[in-house]
Design a binder for this molecule. Structure first.
Ligand SMILES: [Zn+2]
Length: 701
C-alpha cells in the first residue's frame, strides 16, 4: 500500500524566456522547460527532455521562486489575501513542473545519471524549502492576513488556505523565540541524522543474515520457483551447491509459508525479528530511544502535550483519543479471532502428531494448510479471466458507471516511457477532463511496487483552469510468447486501487495549488475502488476468459469472496500491535530513560498480545516511525474503516447509485486537500465513520 503524496499543485506552463534562452536559438540548445511546450494538452515534452536539462532547470526554477518570494516580502503595500496568500500559492510553478517530471522518471525510468542528479539536488531542494518556510518577513505577512482573516470576506476555501499556510509556519516554529528556534533546528537536524543511521543499520542487519541450505532435503515443501530463486541468490553470493534465504520479505515469506523444516523456519524468523537488536554496531535501540525523547521535547517546545498531539492535529483523526477510539475497538474484535485461528492450526498440528505448540514461526506454514483446506483459491485458475486490457476496461467501466467518464486512447503523444499507454478522459458531457498515462510492466529502470503520481494537478490559482495529467505506474505480470498479460487477483486489486488515486486527481475541482495531506484519509479514494473490483456484478463484466470470452464462473467468484476473511485475526493483530506500539512511544509526556526491550515487553503484556504473534514491526526495525509515519502507522486501518464504511453507502442503495456517487464525487474527490477531512467525510456520509462495515467484511464480528 502506498500512501499518496499530495505535492504542491502545479500551475500552467511558463512561457518566460529569461536566462538568455532566445526563441531563435537552435532547438538543441534550448532547455525544453524554458520554452512553450507546444504539445497536445500541453503535456510535458518527454521526447525533448534529457538528463542534462534537469540541473539547470532546477536552478532556474529555484531562482525564480526566490524572486517571487522576495517580491511578496518587499511589497510596499500592506499584506492582503491576494498579494500574500495567493502570490505564495502561485510561486514556484516551474519548480513543481520540473520536480514532477524528474521524480516521476527517477521512479519509473531511472539511470545512473538521474540517480547522481537526485543525490545532488535533494539536499538543495530541502534547503530551498526550509528557506521559504523559515523566512521571517514572509511569515509576518502571512500572520497579518491570518489575524485579519475573519474580516476579509473570504469564502470557505480561501479561509482554509490562509489557516493551512499559517499553521504550517507555526508548526515549524515561527512563533518561537530565537533561542527556542535554535534548539528546534538542532532537534530537527539530530532527528534526521538519527533517521539515516537507523535505516542504514537496518539495511546492514537485513543484508547480514543468510540461511544457507546445503542439504536438498531441507527444501522440502518449497515450490520450484522459490527454490530456483534461492539457488540464484546463492550463486550471486558465490556459495557453491547451496540455496540461500534471507530476511528480505520476498525470500522469508515463501520460506515460512512452505518450508517443512521447522528448525530452519525458526532460525530465519528469529533472524528477522532480532534485526537491530543484537548489541552490535548496528543496534537501533539507543537510536530509537533518542528519537522518541527528542520528539517529546520538540512537541513540548511547540506547545503540545505529546508528539502524537502535534502530529495528529491537522489529520482526520485529530487527537490520540481519536486514534485509540478506533484501535482499541479493533484490537478487542481481532484478538478472539486470532485465538480461534491458533486453535484451528493447533488441531492440525495435533492431528499430524506434531507434539509441539504453535510458535510464531509456524503461523504462515499452518495458515497455508488452513487456506488450502478451507478456501482452495488457485491463482492460476483465475488468471485467464484477468487479461490486462480486460481488467483496464473494467476499471474504465466502473468510472463510467459512477461518474460518467469515458476514455479514448491517444497514440501520437510524448510519453515518459515508450511502453506507456495514454488516454484522454472525458466528462459525461464530452468535455476534456484529463490525460492519464498507464505504464504496466516491470523493467530494470523501474522501482518495485505500484503508484499513481501526477505530472500536473488541477487548479485555477492563476485564474486559468489547469487540467490534470496523471501517471499510473505498476509492475504487473508481462505477456509471454503464448499468452497476453494475465494478472493475478492481487494485481487486479492493485490496478483498481491505483486508478482510485487517479480518479482523485482527475475529478479534483479546487482553486488553489497548496493542499493539506492527511495520510489516514489518503487511501479512501483508492481502497474504495477495490470493492467494485471484487463485486460479482462488476466481475461478470470485465473478468472474461481471454480465449473463450466466457465470464468468470460463479463458483470462482464465491471462492474469492470467501477468501477475504482468511487469516484476518492474524493480519489485524500483527498490524494493530505495531500501530499501538507506535502510539505508545509517541504519547509519552516527558523524556524518559527508555529501555526499549523492557518497554516493548511491558506494553505488549499490558495489551494482551498473544505469544503466537510477533508485532508486525518490533521497535528496532520499525522504520516507518522514524519518519513520516510516526504516530501515523494507524493510518492504514483508519483509511480501511473509511473505505468499508463509504462502500456500505452504496450497498445500502445500489452498486452504482447515482446520488451516492455524486456525493462521493463532490464532497470527497473534488475537494481533497482544500477542506477539513472530517467535515468532508460527514458531508458525504452524514455522520462520523463507523467500524461495523469493516468488521463485517473482514469476518471480525
Ligand atoms: Zn494507495
Amino acid at each position: 500500500m502506498i500512501l499518496r503524496k499530495i505535492f504542491i499543485f502545479v500551475g500552467f506552463v511558463l512561457l518566460l524566456g529569461c536566462g538568455g534562452q532566445g526563441a531563435d536559438q537552435p532547438a538543441t540548445d534550448v532547455n525544453p522547460f524554458f520554452v512553450e511546450y507546444d504539445t497536445p494538452f500541453n503535456v510535458q515534452p518527454f521526447d525533448r527532455i534529457d538528463e542534462a536539462h534537469f540541473v539547470p532547470a532546477f536552478e532556474e526554477a529555484m531562482a525564480r521562486q526566490n524572486t517571487e518570494i522576495s517580491a511578496i516580502v518587499d511589497d510596499p503595500e500592506p499584506p492582503t489575501f491576494d498579494n500574500t496568500i495567493v502570490a505564495l500559492d502561485q510561486s514556484g510553478e516551474l519548480l513543481v513542473e520540473v520536480s514532477r517530471v524528474f521524480f516521476a522518471l527517477s521512479g519509473s525510468n531511472t539511470n545512473d545519471e538521474l540517480q547522481g542528479i537526485q543525490k545532488e539536488i535533494a539536499p538543495r531542494l530541502a534547503a530551498h524549502k526550509d528557506e521559504i518556510q523559515l523566512n521571517p518577513g514572509l511569515f509576518a505577512r502571512v500572520k497579518t492576513v491570518y489575524d485579519e482573516r475573519e474580516s476579509l470576506d473570504l469564502d470557505a476555501e480561501q479561509l482554509f488556505l490562509v489557516e493551512n499556510l499559517y499553521d504550517r509556519y507555526v508548526r515549524n516554529g515561527a512563533l518561537l523565540s530565537d533561542e527556542e528556534q535554535t534548539r528546534l533546528k538542532e532537534i530537527n537536524q539530530r532527528l534526521s541524522a538519527l533517521r539515516v543511521e537507523f535505516s542504514s543499520n537496518l539495511l546492514a542487519e537485513t543484508n547480514a543474515f543468510k540461511l544457507v541450505v546445503e542439504d536438498e532435503a531441507d527444501l522440502a515443501g518449497l515450490p520450484p520457483g522459490v527454490v530456483e530463486t534461492a539457488a540464484g541468490t546463492a550463486q550471486r553470493e558465490g556459495i557453491e551447491n547451496a540455496w540461500v534465504f534471507t530476511t528480505h520479505k520476498p525470500s522469508i515469506l515463501p520460506f515460512l509459508t512452505y518450508a517443512e523444516n521447522r528448525d530452519l523456519r525458526e532460525q530465519l524468523f528469529t533472524a528477522y525479528t532480532i534485526r537491530g537488536n543484537q548489541e552490535n554496531e548496528y543496534d537501533n535501540k539507543a537510536i530509537m530511544a533518542e528519537i522518541v525523547n527528542l520528539r517529546v521535547e520538540k512537541a513540548q517546545l511547540l506547545g503540545y502535550e505529546t508528539f502524537a498531539h502535534y502530529t495528529l492535529e491537522p489529520r482526520m483523526a485529530g487527537t490520540p483519543e481519536g486514534v485509540y477510539g478506533l484501535l482499541d475497538q479493533l484490537w478487542a474484535a481481532s484478538l478472539p479471532v486470532a485465538r480461534r485461528e491458533v486453535a484451528e492450526m493447533q488441531t492440525i498440528i495435533d492431528s499430524e502428531g506434531g507434539g509441539f505448540e504453535l510458535a510464531p514461526w509456524d503461523w504462515w506454514f499452518y495458515a497455508e494448510k488452513v487456506r488450502k483446506a478451507k478456501y482452495d483459491l488457485d491463482d492460476n485458475e483465475l488468471r485467464p479471466y484477468f487479461e490486462l486490457n480486460n481488467v483496464r476496461d473494467g476499471v474504465f467501466y466502473v468510472a463510467n458507471q459512477l461518474y460518467g467518464l469515458t476514455f479514448e486512447e491517444l497514440t501520437d503523444m510524448p510519453k515518459p516511457h515508450p511502453d506507456a499507454q495514454v488516454f484522454e478522459v472525458f466528462e459525461a458531457d464530452g468535455s476534456h477532463a484529463a490525460v492519464i498515462y498507464m505504464d504496466y510492466h516491470p523493467r530494470a529502470s523501474k522501482r518495485g511496487g505500484a503508484w499513481c503520481g501526477r505530472f500536473r494537478s488541477q487548479n485555477r490559482s492563476a485564474g486559468v483552469e489547469v487540467d490534470p495529467v496523471i501517471n499510473l505506474v505498476c509492475n504487473f505480470t508481462t505477456a509471454t510468447e503464448d499468452t497476453p498479460a494475465l494478472l493475478s487477483l492481487d494485481e487486479v486489486e492493485t490496478l483498481f486501487h491505483e486508478f482510485g488515486h487517479a480518479l482523485d486527481g482527475i475529478l479534483a475541482d479546487v482553486t488553489y495549488r497548496t493542499g493539506v495531506r492527511s495520510p489516514d484519509f489518503g487511501e479512501l479514494p483508492s481502497q474504495i475502488m477495490e470493492h467494485w473490483a471484487m463485486a460479482p456484478e462488476v466481475m461478470k463484466v470485465y473478468a472474461t476468459h481471454y480465449q473463450t470470452g466466457e465470464p468468470i464462473p460463479d463458483e470462482l467468484i464465491a471462492k474469492i469472496e470467501k477468501s477475504s476473511t482468511f487469516n484476518q485475526g492474524f493480519i489485524q493483530v500483527e498490524y494493530l500491535a505495531a500501530s499501538l506500539l507506535d502510539m505508545a512511544y509517541h504519547t509519552l509526556t516527558e523524556p524518559t530513560e527508555l529501555d526499549i526491550n523492557a518497554f516493548e515487553k511491558a506494553y505488549f503484556d499490558e495489551i494482551g498480545l498473544i505469544d503466537e504473534i510477533v508485532s508486525r514491526y518490533r521497535t528496532t526495525y520499525f522504520a516507518h516511525i522514524t519518519g513520516g509515519y510516526a504516530a501515523g502507522y494507524y493510518g492504514y486501518i483508519w483509511s480501511g474503516v473509511l473505505d468499508h464504511d463509504a462502500f456500505a453507502a452504496f450497498e445500502e442503495t445500489s452498486l452504482f447509485d447515482q446520488e451516492t456517487a455524486n456525493r462521493f464525487r463532490t464532497e470527497i474527490l473534488e475537494v481533497t486537500g482544500s477542506k477539513d477531512y472530517m467535515d468532508m467525510w460527514v458531508a458525504f456520509r452524514g455522520r462520523e465513520p463507523e467500524i461495523g462495515p469493516l468488521l463485517r467484511n473482514l469476518g471480525l464480528q
